[in-house]
Design a protein around this ligand. Structure first.
Ligand code: AMP
Length: 427
């Protein structure tokens, strides 16, 4: 094989597997409709941005910036990065286009490819896709509830099961500072015993030590200070309110005091949705509040809250739970012409159906009926019409339903209206 795809990426095409293009289209169409029903509008931003945007927002010491960015110099000598996440580009676009004037742009959702240079494994790719949502300008904690609710509805309505919702509250900047200091004071006593990674983080991003998977680190953290003890009254009240309101819509959450998420810009609420069916890459989605992000990018002083979830991980989890959808065949009528006249007639008939958005196609790969029928079968055609000399002479056509083999004869002049009726009962 002369050319192969780069490491950590995959091709998506019609096939019977979780990563088929049909599954991607089904899922994104579903999520788009759902987001719209929650009052969100779509934003589409470029897949590359100036590198400095991500350094500024994610933080120099985050995994994304320090290890995972696909960065390149363009021909003008500018540093560009294939977007590793969706929030910073959405906020950049919000500020640059002065979207605070645009009422439809206060609740945004996005889809698209994202890029991270990480060690590939099941559920972790170098190009992956995310569905994300952001609400700008609302401080009310019910907004946090709605964001988590939309994310959970995304999962529930496509049939995902066994998910846990982990929540934490990082409080205000000052609570976070006080906590960070207390954490450092505590961990400082154990510094030589911490993992190498955590020792590095101790100086440049101590809160990230809470994320550590190292068993010894985890043991040490057990008796360490907890952020929840450092919250101001307002934060604690809002946090409890969020937990209660989630319960009221049927979402039971678990408080995880070690949940910080990797990026610098979060404050107050952070959350992650975990599945037990995905092995190591168990986080399906997550997000939180970032009330100072817009201002830190020299934008308006507006609060924001949002989430991002991986399309691949959703599909992989559906597969693991044996809940991938059985998608209805998208080809409604397949014409099999047996000679040149029939080919012409078939093309005219298919055109008439396509003009009414009825999926129709014709076989142009030879004159062997058996082969053509097999082809139609593998395409998943709902109905097949074979047209030859006899049919054209007698002006009568047989419509065959592929799943049952049942046939009905109709006069050629009423074929289109008959197909219309069948289509109406089908959709
Ligand atoms: P994050 O921005 O890291 O919170 O990621 C949000 C979601 O995107 C994760 O929960 C995953 O579902 C998905 N995701 C992140 N990184 C990858 C990756 N390398 N490959 C596949 N999915 C990913």
């Amino acid at each position: 094989m002369k050319y192969s795809r780069p490491k950590g990426v995959f091709d998506s095409f019609p096939e019977a597997s979780w990563k088929s293009s049909d599954n991607f289209n089904w899922l994104t169409a579903h999520l788009r409709k759902l987001a719209q029903s929650f009052g969100f509008h779509e934003i589409i931003t470029p897949i590359f941005e100036k590198t400095e945007l991500f350094i500024r927002t994610s933080g120099e010491s985050s995994d994304i910036v320090s290890k995972e960015m696909f960065t390149f110099e363009d021909k003008g000598g500018r540093m560009m990065t294939l977007r590793p996440e969706g929030t910073a580009p959405a906020m950049r676009a919000y500020i640059e286009n002065q979207l605070e004037q645009n009422k439809k742009a206060q609740k945004l959702f996005y889809f698209g490819p994202f890029f991270r240079y990480d060690r590939p494994q099941a559920g972790r790719y170098r190009q992956f896709h995310q569905f994300g949502a952001e609400v700008i300008g609302v401080k009310d904690p019910l907004q946090d509830v709605e964001i988590i609710h939309l994310l959970m509805e995304s999962y529930r309505t496509i049939g995902l099961k066994n998910l846990s919702v982990n929540l934490n509250c990082l409080g205000t900047q000052s609570a976070r500072h006080a906590y960070t200091q207390a954490l450092k004071d505590y961990l400082g006593q154990y510094l030589p015993e911490l993992s190498e990674d955590s020792q590095l983080r101790f100086e440049n991003n101590p809160l990230r030590i809470l994320d550590s998977k190292d068993p010894k680190d985890k043991e040490i953290l057990k008796t360490g200070p907890k952020i929840l003890d450092f919250l101001e009254d307002e934060s604690a009240k809002n946090f409890n309110y969020i937990i209660d309101q989630l319960k009221a819509v049927g979402i039971i959450s678990t408080v995880d005091p070690n949940l910080v998420r990797g990026l610098d810009y979060y404050n107050e609420t952070v959350f992650e949705i975990i599945t037990t069916d995905l092995g190591a890459q168990s986080t399906l989605g997550g997000g939180g509040r970032y009330d100072s992000l817009l201002k830190s990018l020299e934008g308006p002083d507006l609060p924001a809250v949002g989430f991002g979830t991986g399309i691949e991980r959703i599909l992989l989890t559906l597969e693991a739970q044996q809940s991938l959808p059985v998608l209805p065949p998208d080809l409604f009528l397949y014409f099999i012409p047996l000679d040149d006249h029939a080919k012409h007639a078939s093309y005219q008939l298919a055109t008439a159906l396509r003009q009414h958005n009825i999926p129709a196609d014709l076989y142009l790969r030879g004159r062997k009926l058996q082969k053509a029928l097999q082809f139609a079968n593998e395409l998943g055609a709902k109905y097949v019409v074979v047209i030859g000399e006899t049919e054209l002479q007698q002006q009568t056509i047989k419509i065959k339903e592929m799943s049952t083999g049942a046939e009905q004869s109709v006069p050629l002049h009423s074929l289109i209206s008959t197909i219309h009726n069948l289509w109406r009962t089908h959709v």
